[in-house]
Design a protein around this ligand. Structure first.
Ligand code: NAP
Ligand code: ZN
Length: 361
């Protein structure tokens, strides 16, 4: 088990889960001193990603307790190390899922640090000094500046926070599939209208595509169209609606957090269409072969994004004024928010008001 090293001298208050119940309680812990490559960040806001829920309950069997979750972090820089260029005290910044990578492999050299074999995450990772990483459900963070991005001036810090994970996770597969700045007017399907899904709808619309939401929740239909700008809405449990939409989509992004079959969803793709899977259910998903072979369809995965892409996405959000639809909560209400996330009762992301600046509920 990783040990806290001697230079972890800074006392920080945060919130942690201690066992598989996932119950979050206040937790005092230590962070490292600000190193030459580090910046220290006063955390203002942190989004509650469904990954936090998977992790605090040990859904994936990899959780090291106590766990301080949180990888959708926005805040203000309070200290910069002597090697740090491009950041200064007072800057509005964000930190997502990445805490460290080898900085020397083909992926790191190409700013695809997220695919580095030695990547370490913002929480539940093991940093180079052997310490366990603790995330953004806390008042302060020390981060290597290579994993920090600038937040455009015009974006609100609470509504921008989920862009650091939800945003970049849906941006990258769109970019990879030539939907950002490439051909417009593609038929794009977004499966699951949650934290990731609602940003995906906003992005796909901003990039000029025709967007169909594929959802298990009929109650989300009106808002999906009126607020988020979706063109069509299919209730995935309605066979007739699914049949009608067969072979209509060029590209599908599946953001669903629970086990489900890809078969009926693949039928919605045109011949040669691509489905990218970003949801991470704890159980294997069903992938029947017939819809694949009959439509020469492709299924791929994608994990968050690299640092260059994360800054690019942030700048695009600044340009188009895209942020997330958030419900800001007080730290005392994290458990209630997590219970509501389990019940799919959030429009569309909870964000913790860590610094106590908002009129959070
Ligand atoms: P979320 O806010 O809970 O949204 C997930 C959505 O999936 C729900 O809103 C719901 O949408 C749908 N859904 C839930 N249960 C379902 C079920 N049993 N059957 C069908 N649909 C269901 O979660 P999120 O924060 O967007 O995260 C989604 C998933 O992505 C999680 O597994 C998370 O760990 C993963 N993730 C992956 C990456 C990556 O890098 N690949 C990054 C971040 C998160 P409807 O009501 O519209 O059906
Ligand atoms: Zn996340």
């Amino acid at each position: 088990m990783a040990q806290t090293t001697p230079n972890h001298t800074q006392t920080v208050s945060g919130w942690a889960a201690h066992d598989t119940t996932g119950k979050i309680t206040p937790y005092i812990f230590k962070r490292r001193e600000n190193g030459v490559n580090d910046v220290t960040i006063e955390i203002l806001y942190c989004g509650i990603c469904h990954t936090d829920l998977h992790q605090v309950r040990n859904d994936w069997g990899i959780t090291m307790y106590p766990i301080v979750p949180g990888h959708e972090i926005t805040g203000l820089i309070t200290k910069v190390g002597s090697n740090v260029k491009g950041f200064k005290v007072g800057d509005k910044v964000g930190v997502g899922c990445l805490a460290a990578s080898c900085l020397d492999c083909e992926f790191c050299n190409n700013s695809q640090e997220n695919y580095c074999d030695q990547v370490q995450f913002t929480y539940n990772g093991i940093f180079w000094d052997g310490s366990i990483t603790y995330g953004g459900y806390s008042k302060m963070l020390v981060a290597d500046h290579r994993y920090v991005v600038h937040i455009p001036e015009n974006l609100a810090m609470d509504a921008a926070a989920p862009l650091l994970c939800a945003g970049i996770t849906v941006f990258c597969p769109m970019k990879d599939n030539n939907l950002v700045g490439g051909a417009m007017g593609k038929k794009v399907g977004i499966v699951g209208l949650g934290g990731l899904g609602h940003v995906a709808v906003k992005f796909a619309k901003a990039f000029g595509h025709h967007v169909t939401v594929i959802s298990t929740s009929p109650s989300k239909q009106i808002e999906a169209k009126a607020r988020l700008g979706a063109d069509d809405f299919i209730v995935s449990t309605d066979d007739q609606q699914m049949q009608k939409a067969r072979r209509s989509l060029d590209f599908i992004l599946d953001t669903v957090s629970a086990k489900h079959s890809l078969g009926p969803i693949l039928e919605l793709l045109k011949v040669n269409g691509t489905l990218v899977f970003v949801g991470a259910p704890e159980k294997p998903i069903e992938l029947p072969s017939f819809p694949l072979i009959f439509g020469k369809r492709v299924v791929k995965g994608s994990m968050i994004g690299g640092m260059r892409e994360t800054q690019e996405m942030m700048d695009i959000c600044g340009k188009h004024n895209i942020t997330c639809d958030v419900e800001v909560i007080k730290p005392d209400n994290i458990n209630e928010a997590m219970d509501r996330l389990v019940r799919n009762d959030v429009r569309y992301r909870f964000v913790i008001d860590v610094a106590g600046n908002s009129s959070a509920r």
